[in-house]
Design a protein around this ligand. Structure first.
Ligand SMILES: [Zn+2]
Ligand SMILES: [Zn+2]
Length: 397
């Protein structure tokens, strides 16, 4: 148990403002805004934080940053949440569905945001008992993988000892928490390949450089490349889109392939991107086709630090009980989160808070599904978890 008396008060005190938090979450859920356009969301968070006595700084247009200095000197830690929604038409059974047509909080960031606000409220009320500083990051544009960059450019990680954050998970039961020891989420880089060939009549293939066949061959070779990697170090090459040509009887002179490369280590990420480029160049040369490959480096691999993991484990056990905590020694999955950009700078731990309810199928569909339902309870669990991470670290230093 961290931080004695304070630690014992967490749940009881959170309960006194549960309704306020749930109300805030429902309002966020009703008015989702996509990456980079979280203007109303940002204004609501700012107002709340100011009502708790915080000075708020806007970062990256719609992201928010604030900090709480305890009464005594001590370590500096960061608690991070993300605030953006997705361009998805909601089909859920929420009693408070999206009123912003075409957009939905389908990744649970409304829960993360509200949970962090709950933590900000609790910790500010107990500033007099805290030794150290808690920095609060309400990051925008997570879904596009670049919101973290605004915060890193503002050096919010300077001098910090730890960073903690959580994500709701429909793959873990409500009331349970899952933590990964080591690599948790994959790096996520997207690629766009442009292919330039030479058009001809389909009956005169010898006069053209066929982009359609070249594109098909590139995809097969990328599959072969993925299949030839060390099976003990998971990595993924995925192709999501191919387009080529203008008609059935014309040899295509232009095509595009889009996909992703995902890995769990910095070295493998670099190696695989190089290999993918090499395969594309070699195959396209065979067809006399010119290839331009463009990689967009989004989130890096998310690797939990051993020390931060230990603190997060204790905080999780204090929140849901030891029996409710599952430890995983292999990665959580090939999805990504740019929490990784913070935890690259500062030792960190990303925690998965369960939201699946046994007899409710819509709580078990994957994140980004238009049907996904996440119960309000996740807010209080997440909030308690973040508070306990802070209390654990500020005390155990
Ligand atoms: Zn998402
Ligand atoms: Zn998310």
């Amino acid at each position: 148990m961290g931080n004695g008396i304070l630690s014992e008060m967490v749940r009881q005190e959170l309960e006194t403002y549960t309704e306020e938090l749930y109300g805030f979450r429902r309002d966020l859920h009703r008015y989702p805004e996509p990456s980079g356009k979280e203007e109303i969301t940002s204004a609501k968070i700012k107002e709340k934080l100011e009502s708790y006595g915080y000075d708020v700084r806007i970062i990256g247009g719609t992201g928010l940053y604030t900090e709480l200095k305890g009464i005594k000197e001590g370590p500096v830690i960061i608690l991070r949440a993300d605030i953006d929604a997705l361009p998805i038409e909601e089909k859920s059974s929420y009693p408070y569905p999206s009123e912003h047509k075409g957009f939905m909080h389908a990744c649970g960031h409304d829960v993360h945001t509200t949970a962090l606000l709950g933590a900000a409220r609790f910790l500010s009320a107990h500033r007099d008992s805290l030794a150290g500083t808690v920095r609060f990051v309400f990051q925008n544009a997570e879904e596009q993988g670049h919101g973290s960059k605004y915060f890193l450019a503002e050096r919010v990680t300077d001098g910090a000892e730890r960073v903690y954050g959580f994500h709701v998970s429909p793959h873990v039961r409500l009331g349970n928490i899952l933590i990964t020891e080591g690599a948790d989420l994959a790096s996520c880089d997207s690629m766009k390949i442009r292919l330039y060939g030479k058009s001809s009549h389909i009956a005169r293939p010898h006069l053209g450089n066929d982009v359609s066949v070249c594109a098909a061959d590139i995809v097969i070779h990328l599959r072969a490349l993925a299949g030839g990697l060390d099976p003990l170090t998971p990595a993924l090459i995925g192709i999501g889109r191919i387009s080529s040509g203008t008609g059935w009887n014309i040899i295509s002179d232009y095509g595009e392939i889009e996909g992703t490369v995902r890995t769990f280590s910095v070295e493998q990420r670099e190696m695989l991107i190089r290999s993918v480029e090499e395969v594309i160049n070699r195959v396209s040369t065979l067809y006399g086709v010119r290839a331009e490959t463009e990689f967009e480096l989004n989130a890096g691999c998310l690797i939990n630090d051993a020390g931060a993991y230990a603190t997060a484990y204790q905080a999780s056990a204090d929140t849901v009980g030891e029996a409710g905590v599952t430890v995983k020694h292999t990665p959580f999955g090939f999805t990504a989160d740019d929490f990784s950009e913070f935890s690259k700078e500062v030792p960190g731990c990303f925690i998965h808070v369960g939201t699946a309810i046994d007899d409710r199928e819509d709580t078990k569909v994957s994140l980004h599904s238009p049907d996904l339902y996440i119960t309000d309870e996740a807010v209080t669990i997440g909030s308690e978890l973040l508070i306990r991470c802070a209390l654990e670290h500020l005390e155990t230093k």
